[in-house]
Design a protein around this ligand. Structure first.
Ligand SMILES: [Zn+2]
Ligand SMILES: [Zn+2]
Length: 53
């Protein structure tokens, strides 16, 4: 169950602006990025995503 989910929030402080919406629900602001899927997930969807892995 190795997860490649990383948080882009760690990059805050640079000039990178993280304003993507969740690729799963398209409603919430994405908080996590899955390198395996190349998709963004909000804090709600990332839980479901990890359960599906
Ligand atoms: Zn979501
Ligand atoms: Zn994934």
């Amino acid at each position: 169950m190795a997860s490649s989910m990383v948080s882009p929030l760690a990059a805050k402080g640079s000039d990178t602006v993280w304003d993507l919406s969740c690729d799963a629900c398209y409603k919430n602001e994405a908080q996590f990025y899955c390198e395996g899927c190349s998709k963004c997930n909000c804090e709600n969807c990332v839980i479901l995503h990890n359960q599906l892995q």
